[in-house]
Design a protein around this ligand. Structure first.
Ligand SMILES: Cc1cc2nc3c(=O)[nH]c(=O)nc-3n(C[C@H](O)[C@H](O)[C@H](O)COP(=O)(O)OP(=O)(O)OC[C@H]3O[C@@H](n4cnc5c(N)ncnc54)[C@H](O)[C@@H]3O)c2cc1C
Length: 490
């Protein structure tokens, strides 16, 4: 009698699941990065009972902030500037402002200074940006303005897995330039070394040598998003993104458990309960390798991690004393100087070398957000690219680059926290060898990551939802969203 009742309940669940097109009533998400939280939210909105398990003491993965140097100095542990978060079609549907998230627009999105004390400035206005580009103004406007005008259509198509173009003309216009290497696009479109260096600097977010196919896409996406929506920063630090996502998730009935490192999916994956891993392929192999078929395991083992990052956080007694005063109006500053230098710097890590003059990405959020540091004091963060797993100390080389464009910078430092690749990985197991993009984004892994199955695995109910799936690295939550849609059968 009891058994018949159980069978009936089970049958009822299956019918109900099929009617709602949802295959699972429960789900466990391993990892609370932006993709893990996005997946959990979409599942909760789809009627699933969802629980997030996070290894670290605090939630957020790559969107965390902490007093890394001194009390009162709030540093972004990973992400700092968020053009993709405000472009994200999924985040745009969430009431994140009502859950405490406030975006700040720095007056200038990005500055790229030169040795002569001048700088190219990426402003929201294409026209104002052109005013800093000299003879390349027309070429820049011709390349960028149509894409800015189309951003509303392009962003949802770019922040998703590849599919047949919905806007063939607009996407072709983007694709023709985007599929080129950053080096060839910069050289063919811009006449001056300055503009070429500026574009190469933005494309360096790809963490790839800039002569590789499709590296131009990174330069275009980030430049266009800078104009269309801005490289915004969250008031209070990137932790506020995770906090807003978690607050909304709780309002939907979701649960988050911290300080719980999942060692195995055994016991979590059942007929009723799916498991979504906000993990890299190596993380997935650790927790679920024994439940995956050999052929899929081998594919995950072949996944390439890509270069690492070497990061420094500074507590400062004054703003960075930039030679070019305009740099003090920018949320992000790119220190690479000339085109040749940027190319050389980005070619070094894949060849196992450390650039003498590394291309350095700096953010200075306390200039625009007083909550980041005690009155009159400041925070800044910087990183450069290094070979995966490098143990070489880049502190002096990074600080030399800042000093080069801001003489007197070293005198402003009160305290610093240096994070080589191993330290980054210690705080977040997903940063394998210091890689910050969930694995290399070269053309072979840009669209089909981690395998051609994308979010699904051959094991029923087991999914991967991290930035090792499309559309890849950055804070946008779209990997989590699409993985959750798969779980919901949508
Ligand atoms: C230095 C740095 C700077 C960056 N700057 C920017 C930026 O300015 N703008 C931007 O958009 N992006 C930036 N990024 C990239 C961005 O942070 C990532 O792309 C994004 O966080 C990826 O989200 P995710 O959810 O896929 O993974 P993650 O954010 O890495 O989250 C994974 C989570 O899983 C947890 N986890 C791992 N293993 C386990 C386990 N076994 N059990 C339980 N939990 C586990 C981890 O602790 C972590 O919380 C930066 C990254 C770094 C490191």
């Amino acid at each position: 009698m009891f058994d018949a009742r159980r069978q009936f309940v089970r049958l009822h669940k299956i019918v109900k699941n099929n009617l709602s097109r949802s295959h699972f009533e429960q789900a466990t998400v391993i990892g609370s990065g932006p993709n893990g939280l996005a997946a959990a939210i979409e599942l909760a909105r789809g009627g699933c009972s969802v629980r997030v398990l996070e290894a670290e003491e605090t939630i957020g993965g790559g969107t965390r902030s902490a007093e890394l140097t001194l009390p009162g100095f709030v540093h972004d542990v990973c992400s700092a500037a968020h053009p993709l978060a405000v472009s994200s079609p999924f985040f745009r549907t969430l009431p994140l402002a009502a859950h405490g998230l406030e975006w700040i627009q720095p007056p200038v999105q990005l500055a790229h200074p030169f040795d002569d004390g001048t700088a190219i400035l990426l402003e929201r206005s294409v026209q104002k940006t052109c005013e800093t580009l000299g003879r390349d103004a027309g070429a820049y406007r011709k390349l960028i303005q149509p894409l800015v005008d189309d951003w509303e259509y392009l962003a949802p198509e770019l922040l998703r897995p590849l599919r047949l173009p919905r806007y063939p003309f607009k996407q072709a216009r983007f694709g023709i330039s985007a599929l080129r290497s950053a080096q060839s696009l910069a050289k063919s479109v811009f006449a001056s070394e300055r503009t070429q260096g500026f574009f190469a600097g933005i494309a360096s977010h790809s963490m790839l040598p800039l002569d590789q196919t499709a590296t131009a896409s990174f330069g275009l996406v980030l430049a266009v998003a800078g104009h269309a929506v801005g490289w915004v920063i969250p008031r209070g630090g990137s932790q506020k993104i995770a906090d807003a996502l978690s607050s909304y998730l709780h309002s939907l009935g979701g649960e988050i458990v911290t300080n719980l490192r999942v060692e195995s999916i055994d016991g979590l994956l059942t007929d009723e309960s799916a498991v979504l891993c906000d993990l890299t392929p190596s993380g997935l192999l650790k927790v679920a390798g024994h439940r995956l078929p050999e052929h899929y395991r081998r594919k995950l083992e072949r996944y390439r991690n890509g270069d690492g990052a070497f990061k420094i956080d500074w507590a400062l007694n004054a703003p960075i004393p930039w030679k070019s005063a305009d740099c003090a109006r920018a949320g992000t500053v790119h220190l690479g100087g000339t085109f040749k230098e940027v190319l050389a710097s980005e070619a070094a890590p894949p060849a196992g070398r450390h650039a003498e003059k590394p291309f350095v990405l700096v953010t200075q959020p306390s200039l625009f957000d007083a909550s980041r540091a005690p009155a009159g004091k400041h925070t800044a963060w910087a990183y450069c690219h290094v070979p995966n797993g490098s143990t070489f100390d880049m502190t002096t080389r990074i600080e030399n680059q800042v000093e080069r464009f801001a003489p007197g910078f070293r005198d402003c430092i009160i305290a610093k926290k240096v994070s080589p690749p191993a330290e980054l990985q210690r705080h977040n197991a997903n940063l394998v060898g210091g890689n910050i993009s969930g694995g290399s984004s070269d053309i072979r892994q840009l669209f089909l990551r981690p395998t051609s199955r994308l979010y699904s695995t051959p094991t029923k109910g087991l999914f991967i939802c991290s930035s090792s799936t499309p559309p890849g690295g950055g804070v946008h939550g779209m990997c989590g969203y699409f993985a959750a849609r798969r779980v919901l059968g949508k």
